[in-house]
Design a protein around this ligand. Structure first.
Ligand code: ZN
Length: 152
């Protein structure tokens, strides 16, 4: 099913989300629905709070590779880079956000397998953006500047 994406101002987006306790068919169905919702709205990442569920689950799809991140946690960071970000929960606004250039993230995959990957570039930015959602933070809360449209 396709979910409605909550918009900035909704209190659900400001909450700290709870860890996923059990990885089963229900959570896999939710991840699939999040993925379908994300693709429909042309996003590259979506966090569960954005569809009204305060649990620590994220989907990302970049370069035709899909990532399902359950209970993700950043272990290491390297470098700093500023770039433009947008968000399905903040329509029409873009911002310049400083992020770590590379991050190592550990998580459980959709079958509960423990995984650890190094990410960089847009994937690293996306991971950091989505993990912020799990802690109730939007990019507009930390952006150096915010503007309408993708051009600065
Ligand atoms: Zn977002």
């Amino acid at each position: 099913m396709i979910y409605e994406v909550l918009k900035a101002g909704d209190p659900v987006l400001k909450k700290i989300s709870a860890p996923v306790e059990k990885i089963d068919r229900r959570i896999r169905r939710l991840l699939d629905d999040m993925h379908a919702t994300m693709l429909l709205y042309n996003g590259i990442g979506l966090a569960a709070p954005q569809i009204g569920k305060n649990i620590r689950a994220v989907v990302i799809e970049l370069d035709e590779k899909r990532y399902d991140l359950i209970n993700p946690k950043i272990l290491k960071r390297e470098g700093k880079v500023i770039d433009t970000e947008g968000c399905l929960s903040v329509p029409d606004l873009f911002g310049e956000v400083e992020r770590s250039e590379k991050v190592e993230v550990e998580f459980l995959d959709r079958y509960g397998k423990h995984r650890k990957i190094w990410t960089e570039g847009l994937l690293a930015r996306c991971v950091q953006h989505e993990l912020d959602h799990l802690d109730g933070q939007l990019f507009i809360d930390i952006a150096q500047s915010v503007h309408r449209g993708e051009e600065k």
